[in-house]
Write a protein that binds this ligand. Structure first.
Ligand SMILES: *Cc1c(COP(=O)(O)O)cnc(C)c1O
Length: 454
């Protein structure tokens, strides 16, 4: 795609490449003459070509984030959390960058296998796995299944022994470390009295381990925990290491075992707004590994291999959502609304847990002052608010296009058919080229599942 750029910058490097936008935009995103360029492609031109709403994925940003995790930890220690966003193209990128994958449904598993992941590099999760999912996972010999409850132990044991060639099924036990992190109750998964995992405190985790050790066809490879989402400091992970290694020591004493792996899940934060704190893969891995070594030395344990499952922190910053403003109006009490052509059907995060974003026009029309603006979606819900107080130009009008960076995770993967709007297309950009990797959902797609009746 051709890239027309007006050069207004005074600095010579700026003249060539534009000014770097910085977090929460992808590392390579530039502003050139008021326009945003990502992967060498002008977002405004993408909108002309593909329409709105539109999702854009910066391939270089995705790959460099995946590669940074792969470099930070030993081989086979990073498993991309597919639930953040997964598609055949994305699965290929993940595999090419040398990561394993964490799946939580039969379809995510099938997609990973189709993309050529070795089963050994796949881990299956879920608080409620179906018989079909456990059957497929054991038949395919996925590397690890994360046990999340007692009923699963006997169920898995009965399935694991059946398949030929025989292979015991590798499992982890998901434990609740009792650590509260995250900005909203809906994203805290490391505390007591939520549905995930088995409690360390009440002895359930120990009971599960004891039962697994009694099953010949299950091989307990380690412990797992996942603390939550958007965790922007290392401390909660260090606390998790402390608690899990204390439990590993208890297992050593009681059962004489030393488990070879410790999976701390995902949750590493990204920037959604300028100045938001995020975790760097290298620093994160170094700090957690150092703590793990220290605690294992104190307990006299061999150091297990640290495994992590980042999702958001790989794909989130690579994605940008683009919407067209369809209406601008001001309420009786002076709230200015900008209603756009997407909303909770492509991004339910603000409605689910008040996720905050940065929003700006793809083309700035001169120096109009900014004014707080409530950016709302097009859906028939008062809760369909994408940003309660975006700072947008005073002269914003219908027809303008807004860009939302850090839109790569938990948006398209959570998108719905609400109001039959149809899911937006996804375009990958790289080196000045744009490629449609998912087309827009049509009415035919939306009605294709319906059979004839009567
Ligand atoms: C959601 C989830 C992840 C990924 O979380 P991110 O916040 O996207 O990094 C990893 N592991 C488990 C078990 C999860 O539920």
């Amino acid at each position: 795609m051709s890239l027309r750029v007006e050069l207004l910058g005074e600095e010579s490097d700026e003249r060539e490449t534009g000014a770097v936008l910085g977090s929460p935009w992808p590392a390579g995103a530039r502003e050139q003459a008021g326009r945003i360029v990502v992967g060498g492609v002008d977002l405004g031109e993408l909108v002309e070509r593909f329409g709105t709403p539109l999702y854009v994925l910066d391939e270089a940003e995705f790959r460099s984030r995946a590669a940074a995790y792969a470099r930070a930890l030993p081989q086979d220690s990073v498993r991309y959390a597919a639930k953040a966003f997964f598609s055949p193209t994305l699965a290929r990128w993940v595999r090419e960058e040398g990561l394993g994958v964490d799946v939580c449904s039969a379809n995510e598993l099938a997609l990973a296998l189709d993309a050529g992941f070795e089963p050994e590099r796949i881990v299956l999760h879920g608080v409620a796995k179906t018989h079909e999912e456990l059957e497929t996972a054991t038949r395919e010999h996925v590397g690890r299944i994360v046990i999340d409850g007692f009923t699963e132990i006997a169920h898995l044991a009965s399935l694991a022994g059946r398949h030929r060639p025989y292979q015991p099924q590798g499992v982890y036990v998901r434990v609740i470390p009792g650590i509260a992190v995250g900005h909203h109750e809906a994203v805290r998964t490391g505390i007591e009295d939520q549905q995930f995992g088995l409690s360390l405190a009440d002895g359930s985790a120990l009971d599960a381990v004891t039962r697994i050790l009694g099953q010949a066809h299950l091989r307990l490879c380690g412990l797992h925990c996942h603390l939550g989402s958007q965790i922007s400091t290392i401390e909660p992970y260090l606390t998790a290491v402390d608690r899990l290694t204390a439990f590993l020591a208890e297992l050593h004493v009681r059962h004489g075992i030393q488990l070879p792996e410790l999976d701390l899940g995902g949750g590493q934060a990204i920037g959604y707004r300028p100045g938001d704190a995020s975790l760097r893969p290298g620093e994160f891995a170094a700090a957690v590994t150092a703590r793990l070594r220290e605690r294992c030395a104190e307990h006299g344990l061999a150091v297990p291999r640290l495994v992590i499952e980042p999702g958001r922190s790989i794909v989130g910053p690579a994605g940008i959502a683009l919407y067209r403003v369809l209406a601008v109006k001001t309420s009786a009490h002076g709230i200015r609304f900008a209603a756009v052509d997407g909303g909770m059907s492509d991004n339910p995060r603000p409605a689910l847990y008040h996720a905050a974003y940065t929003i700006r026009p793809v083309a700035q029309h001169g120096g109009a002052p900014l004014r707080p603006t409530r950016v709302v979606g097009r859906h028939c819900e008062a809760g369909d608010v994408l940003a309660p107080e975006a700072q947008l130009p005073e002269d914003l009008r219908a027809g303008d296009v807004l860009a939302v960076p850090a839109s790569g995770a938990y948006q398209l993967s959570m998108s719905s058919a609400y109001n039959l709007v149809g899911r937006p297309p996804l375009v990958a950009v790289r080196d000045g080229l744009a490629r449609l990797i998912q087309r827009r959902e049509t009415l035919a797609d939306l009605t294709s599942r319906e059979g004839a009746w009567g």
